[in-house]
Structure formats: C-alpha cells, structure tokens
Design a protein around this ligand. Structure first.
Ligand code: PMP
Ligand code: GLN
Length: 383
C-alpha cells in the first residue's frame, strides 16, 4: 500500500478529481453522479436528523433497514433473508469488502481470486490481509473471463473468489456460463464467494442475476450492495452485506472494530429508497443507459474505439487510434488538451498485466446530459 520510500499515495480517484479541480476540466474520472437522488430519500434523511436519529445505531444496522434489504432481495430476486441474522449494514460497500476479506482470509497461504482490471480497493484490501492476489484477466472489448484461465486460478488455496458484477471499471455483465462456473469452482475449492453487486440496478440489457440465486451458491456467498449507487447518494456511505448467518457474523466481528456502526440518519432514508416502486429502479437504469449511449457516441466521434457496457457507471475506450501508447500519460495530457478527465485502466491492474491494458481508458457516464455533451464536444476537437 505504500510506495518504496514509505510514503502513501492518494487513490487514483482522489488524484484525478484533484486534477479536474486544478485544470477546470470536466470530471469523467471518479464515478459519482452530479445530480441528487430521489426526493423521498433526501427528505427521509432530513426528517431523521430533525427527529433525533443522531446517536449510535445498532451495530448490525437499524432493524427497519435490515428488513427493507430483506424485502428488496425477495422482491427483485426471490431470495429469502432473515433480517435478524442474514443482513449487516456497513459504511458503504467499501467497508463490507474490507471487513469480509479481513474476516475470511489470513496470511500468505491464502489466495483471493479477483478479476482484472479490478476496483482498486480489492487489491489494497487483499494486501491488508497478507494473502496472495490471484487475478483472472478480462479482455477487451467484451471483458468476459476465459473459463480455462478461471479454472487455473482457483486452487485448494483459494479462500475467496471476489466477483464484481456488473463490473467496475469495464461495464461488463458476466455471462450465465461464467457465473455458473464461478459457483462450481467455489464449491470444488470450498471457497467463499464475495460478490460486489453495487451496480445491481444500473444494468441496461438484461435483468441482474445475483450469484447468490444460483444452485449451491447461497451457503457460500456474501453479497454486497450500496445505497450510494442505487439512490445517487455516494457521500452517505450506507452499504450492506448479506448471506448465511455464520458468514455474516464473521464480517460483523471485524466491522465492529473498523467503524463500530454506520451513519444513523441515513439508514432510515436508504430503507425508504429500497421501498420505492419498481419504476424508480427501471427509470434510473433507463436514464443511465441513454447517458451511456451519448457518451459512447461522443467517444466514437472523437476517434476512440468504444466497448459497449451492459451495466455500471462506466465505459471503456481505446485511445490507440488517437496515437496513445500509454493511457496514464494520455489521461494526464487530456485534462489540459481537451479539458476532460478520465482514468487509465492501468490504475486497476497488477504491474505484470499493465501492458495488456496500456491504451484503455475508463470514462464515467453518470453525469448530466449537458455535461456529457460538452465533454463530447471538447473531445471531438482532439482530432
Ligand atoms: N465496489 C465498486 C465496484 C464500486 O464501484 C464502488 C464505488 N466506487 C464501491 C464498491 C464502493 O461503494 P461505497 O461508496 O458504497 O463504499
Ligand atoms: N466507485 C467510484 C469509482 O470507481 C468512486 C470510487 C472512489 O472514489 N473510491 O470511480
């Protein structure tokens, strides 16, 4: 986690947001929406603060939010959760991922299988546990793992297979075949599946399939989500993790010493969000889908080759045709030359695989339409 000289480095998100602020560029780097989420949810947080919901809530999360999460899993996926035992509220999905890894993995004999490129926290938290990171590459432009590579990565040392579907940074949604193979391999290796499904409702072409719904998966799967993505409240940091009670208890044992409890007044507000009608969820996905299309068309017109994301906030573009040989340098120059900030995919990969991703760039589509259109206009002047 530290540089060779012992200094700490900011995350790529902090670094690129600072670059956007410094240069006045449009920030299509860090993935956060530039509009507020549903009014009911905002009002519920305001009401909770006004009504004195301001002290430590229960460590597992307030009962009504755990109930709303259980209701949500039943409504959307037919999963039956016991809100008393199978659900834990966390300080964002970030804490759920950290606490799950710290609970399940210990030291250099343990391996964690991760798909690469990966959300940066995964490699950092695996490093915190001291375990070995084993990565399975996802290849441009579809970003589906090769099944033989996946099989080779999972061994009897594998403690956790860490999945992210829909996927950040690529926007991929894993195929049914890949999902089934992940579950089969986890059973064979007796590994736990930790599945980060924060983009569960930001999916464009098909219904989301939680891994926990597959045959044989539930008893070995911890599912993570977050109110930040679904309700455009990334600053509230309310996430959750669900699964069999013994696994959830292990995560709680760690969580209580990481953050103890999570933001009291935001919990009833996220419960309100989870109970919004189906149309809220489908409208949010449709709005982001059309933003994906606007961004994709803009990038194509500017000369990038563009992948077609099936979910998430993100689109990956290849800058090779624009003469890029190093996306990191290209992105730093882009802030000045075009006034647009984006993130090189090399920020999400291991050093050994940098070369494979060296001209690929992640752009965030979760911005207002006029912002995306202005970004497209600026990028079109690159040619
Ligand atoms: N996982 C993924 C894949 C993400 O994209 C994010 C948000 N950047 C997180 C986890 C963290 O979510 P939260 O803000 O709820 O901690
Ligand atoms: N999830 C967002 C992204 O991937 C923000 C992450 C962060 O700031 N840590 O851009």
């Amino acid at each position: 986690l530290l540089a060779a000289d012992g200094s700490s480095r900011p995350t790529i998100f902090a670094e690129m947001s600072a670059l956007a602020a410094r240069t006045g560029a449009i920030n299509l780097g860090q993935g956060f929406p530039d509009e507020d989420g549903p009014q009911e949810v905002l009002d519920a947080a305001r009401a909770a603060i006004a009504n004195g919901v301001n002290q430590y809530p229960p460590g597992r999360g307030i009962p009504d939010l755990r109930l709303a999460i259980a209701e949500h899993q039943l409504r959307f996926y037919g999963l039956r959760l016991d809100p008393e035992r199978d659900v834990l509220v966390t300080t964002g999905a970030t804490e759920a991922i950290a606490a799950a890894l710290l609970a399940l993995v210990d030291g250099p004999d343990d391996e964690v299988v991760v798909f690469e490129p990966y959300y940066d926290e995964y490699a950092a938290c695996v490093a915190l546990t001291g375990a070995r990171l084993v990565t399975v590459p996802l290849a441009w432009p579809h970003f589906q793992p090769d099944l033989d590579a996946l099989r080779a990565a999972v061994t009897d040392r594998t403690r956790v297979i860490l999945v992210n579907d829909p996927h950040n940074p690529t926007g991929a949604v894993f195929s049914a075949e890949v999902r089934a193979e992940i579950v089969r391999l986890a059973e064979e290796a007796d590994a736990v599946i930790v599945t980060d499904e924060v983009y569960e409702h930001l999916i464009f072409d098909e219904p989301h399939v939680p891994l926990a719904t597959l045959d044989g998966a539930w008893e070995r799967t911890l599912t993570i989500s977050s109110g930040g993505k679904t309700f455009a409240t990334t600053g509230w940091k309310i996430g959750w993790i669900s699964g069999p009670a013994d696994l959830v208890d292990a995560v709680l044992a760690v969580k209580q010493y990481l953050t103890y409890v999570s933001g009291a007044p935001f919990q009833p507000a996220i419960a309100t969000g989870l109970r919004l009608p189906d149309t809220y969820f489908t409208d949010a996905a449709a709005a982001l889908r059309s933003k994906r299309d606007i961004l994709g068309a803009g990038l194509t017109a500017a000369g990038f080759a563009v992948s077609r994301p099936r979910g998430s906030y993100f689109t990956v573009a290849d800058a090779a045709d624009l003469g890029a040989t190093d996306a990191d340098a290209f992105c730093r120059a882009l802030a000045e030359s075009a006034g647009v900030v984006a993130i090189p995919l090399t920020a999400f990969v291991t050093a050994e695989r940098r070369d494979r991703y060296r001209t690929l760039i992640r752009f965030a589509a979760c911005k207002r339409v006029e912002v995306l259109e202005e970004a497209a206009a600026r990028l079109s002047r690159l040619r």
